[in-house]
Design a protein around this ligand. Structure first.
Ligand code: IP8
Length: 257
């Protein structure tokens, strides 16, 4: 069984509000189905969530009544994206079931306090593909919080029978320098003490990669194979799920893993 995070930067155009990359989403859904592997699919919010979440300053919780309108709108919009993901998975022949975080997770002071893992397990047992996503959720201290898909990935990493966690992004993996810089080298493997990993976490080069690395290592610590791969290149996700050699970055907890 695999945990797959379809990054918001892959399945949406992050620069334009509520813009789906339908062709990419449909291809990735087909690759998951073609792999023949069991999976839980988590997707990011992309331009269906991040733009309005920022405008409504939802990240740090309640500051004023005016934010509630943004809370509602972001929840509505990420659901809309979730419906597109569900449709793509159904069309690819899978049997997805939606598990919205607002219905099964609770935060306290910006930290996930509860997630109903049993729902994921039971749906898997009856042959469904659980699908969850980045959402706005209740927070017992701050009224509400942003629950990222990366956070759901690490929260589910203690599930039985888990073989790998694949973070599908719009870059080949983790580079020693910014991938936009000429000659930047892709790293095949990084460790928690790799200079690049700590540098990226510290300097917050891109919020997205930073969170992926942090949550990715929390998963790798449990002995699960963790990969960051490029979903814009056809075939990589399917190969990653089949355990085939591909271009990407593996996050390893220890040097002898
Ligand atoms: O795209 C963020 O989830 P992510 C969720 O997985 C919202 O980081 C609502 C912005």
């Amino acid at each position: 069984m695999h945990l797959i995070k379809l990054g918001g930067s892959v399945i949406t155009d992050k620069s334009r509000e509520k813009t789906l990359r339908k062709d990419v989403l449909e291809r990735l859904a087909k690759e998951i189905a073609a792999s023949g592997e069991k999976a839980i699919v988590i997707h990011g919010a992309g331009s269906f969530g991040h733009i309005l979440a920022k405008k409504g300053r939802l990240k740090n919780g309640f500051q004023g009544e005016w934010q509630l309108e943004y809370f509602s709108k972001v929840q509505r919009d990420v659901r809309q994206l979730n419906l597109y993901v569900l449709s793509a998975l159904i069309d690819a022949g899978l049997r997805p079931v939606s598990l919205p975080p607002s219905m099964m997770t609770i935060y306290r002071d910006g930290v996930m306090e509860h997630i109903s893992k049993e729902l994921f397990e039971l749906y898997m047992q009856i042959g469904m593909t659980p699908v969850s996503f980045g959402d706005v959720v209740l927070d017992k201290e701050r009224a509400f919080a942003i629950c990222s898909g990366d956070h759901i990935m690490s929260a589910l990493s203690s599930m039985k029978g888990l073989e790998s966690a694949v973070f599908v992004t719009d870059v080949n993996g983790v580079y020693e320098r910014s991938p936009n810089e000429e000659g930047a080298k892709l790293l095949d493997v990084i460790y928690p003490d790799s200079e690049i990993a700590s540098k990226m976490v510290r300097e917050d080069v891109t919020g997205g990669i930073k969170e992926k690395i942090r949550h990715g290592f929390m998963i790798a610590e449990k002995g699960i194979k963790v990969m960051i791969i490029n979903g814009l290149v056809p075939g990589r996700l399917e190969k990653a799920l089949k355990g085939e050699e591909i271009i990407g970055t593996e996050l390893r907890w220890k040097k002898d893993d």
